[in-house]
Design a protein around this ligand. Structure first.
Ligand code: GDP
Ligand code: IMO
Ligand code: MG
Length: 431
């Protein structure tokens, strides 16, 4: 199968970065197609950890092309820092490795100010955003007020659109949030510096992908966030502001859906969530604490402790449907070692009745109680096991149980942060 889409099936942080890095070995091109610096994708090579926010997680392999698609919102300041950081770690030696779509939208300083001020004003009702300006940037894109990468290269257009935006944004910032206005002169100066530094990476990304597809190149599409954070299919309004599902790999990169050959859904062996919003299988107790400690569940972008709970198969099955997932990849299986029994949420009850599917009504979802199955756990450390057959019987049964309840084959298991800590059951890229 020439092209593979990677999506998170839960609320993000499923370990997408690690899996994309592994699949990059068999691919030519790695494409980010949505989200922005709200993402934090961790890749561990040897003893070195790299956290990628805007650059695709293929960048640690030489001679691969990493593409930031039109569906991504870009913070140029932090992207340039990230480029420096990755280079200083000894990766990304050739500037040709990165291509940024000229159609991608820019996160402007006022987007960040509005995001942060809005959350502050919402108080306990806040979404718990990453504060990176993601929502306001996508709002402007949809409202047709956005500034794109291409606009950096036309001084008149950039100035005119910026000034028109600032009339609205500064009024809003000053009068509604009591915040200080942002200055056009300052932004123009800063962005002309960014333009000089970013220019060599900018181009027609969709055109490049079409050409590459014609040459039978293999592509990994790297999703950010997770399906339950999708603006249409997630736990709205406690979601991010982009579509995180597999179909976005097409719209967010400029190629048609017929090229999305296999869709791999990453499933953490339990569930985590950062920020506010419903989380039916959450364990706000000793079990949750144990999962957080064993899994080192702290945000890769904001450092916030992640909320932890049992695996929720209602969520995973919903994700399988809305993404057309063809394979599952289970990560962090090692973190469950030591639990005598493991609970799995298999359904929700609302007012004593069984709920079918995933409720859209947020107040229903909040009032749902999970229905659990309980399966046998295992004691052994499994973090150096590299074949399915060597796993303890109970761990094998856990995987077979997930396959059975989701009717979807598991292609890989991850049992630790490193590249070598992986059990391959089925190769996604045929050699
Ligand atoms: P992403 O946003 O989906 O790329 O995931 P993050 O990088 O935010 O969070 C996943 C965390 O789990 C990172 O710290 C990874 O290094 C780590 N990780 C990934 N796979 C495994 C695994 O199989 N076992 C353990 N213990 N850690 C893992
Ligand atoms: P990766 O790609 C986990 C969450 C935020 C908040 C909500 C909206 O690393 O899996 P936003 O800043 O996007 O407007 O915040 O979405 N969120 C993530 N949670 N992993 C992520 O990305 C996330 N990106 C955003 O915590 O609840
Ligand atoms: Mg993350």
């Amino acid at each position: 199968m020439p092209n593979v889409v990677i999506v998170g099936t839960q609320w993000g942080d499923e370990g997408k970065g690690k899996i994309v890095d592994i699949l990059t070995r068999h691919a030519d091109i790695i494409v980010r197609f949505q989200g922005g610096p709200n993402a934090g994708h961790t890749v561990v090579v040897g003893d070195k950890q790299t956290i990628l926010h805007q650059i695709p997680s293929g960048i640690l392999h030489p001679e691969k092309k990493c593409v930031v698609g039109n569906g991504v919102v870009i913070n140029l300041e932090t992207l340039l820092n990230e480029i420096e950081e990755v280079k200083s770690q000894g990766y990304f030696e050739d500037d040709n490795m990165l291509l940024i779509s000229e159609n991608a939208h820019l996160i402007m300083p006022y987007h960040i100010k509005i995001d942060v001020a809005r959350e502050k004003k919402k108080g306990k009702d806040k979404i718990g955003t990453t504060g990176r300006g993601i929502g306001p940037a996508y709002e402007d894109k949809t409202a047709r007020n956005g500034l794109r990468v291409i606009d950096l290269f036309n001084d008149d257009v950039f100035k005119r659109r910026l000034e028109a935006n600032l009339k609205e944004k500064n009024f809003y910032l000053q009068n509604y949030f009591n915040e200080i206005a942002v200055s056009a002169t300052d932004i123009i100066k800063r962005f002309s510096e960014y333009r000089t530094k970013i220019q060599k990476y900018v181009g027609n990304a969709a055109g490049f992908l079409h050409k590459s597809l014609a040459e039978n190149k293999r592509i990994v599409f790297e999703g950010a966030q997770g399906t339950m954070l999708d603006v249409d299919h997630g736990t709205y309004p406690f979601v991010t502001s982009s579509n995180t599902v597999s179909a976005q790999a097409s719209t967010g990169s400029g190629i048609g859906p017929k090229y999305l050959d296999s869709i791999a859904g990453i499933v953490k062996a339990y569930t985590t969530r950062v920020g506010s919003g419903p989380f039916p299988s959450e364990q706000d107790n000793e079990t949750g604490k144990l999962l957080r400690d064993n899994g080192r569940e702290y945000g890769a972008t904001t450092g916030r402790p992640r909320r932890c709970g049992w695996l929720d198969l209602v969520t995973v099955n919903h994700s399988i449907q809305v993404n057309s997932i063809t394979h599952l990849i289970i990560t962090k299986l090692d973190v469950l070692s030591g639990f005598k029994t493991i609970k799995v949420c298999t359904g929700f009850k609302y007012s004593d009745s069984q709920v079918s599917g995933f409720p859209s009504d947020y107040s229903v979802l909040e009032g749902c109680t999970p229905v659990y199955d309980e399966v046998e756990g295992w004691d052994q450390d499994i973090s150096s096991i590299t074949s399915f057959d060597e796993l303890p019987e109970a761990a094998k049964n856990y995987i077979k149980y997930i396959e059975d309840k989701t009717k979807t084959p598991v292609a890989m298991l991850s049992v630790g942060t490193r590249r070598s800590q992986l059990i391959t059951i089925k190769e996604l890229f045929e050699n």
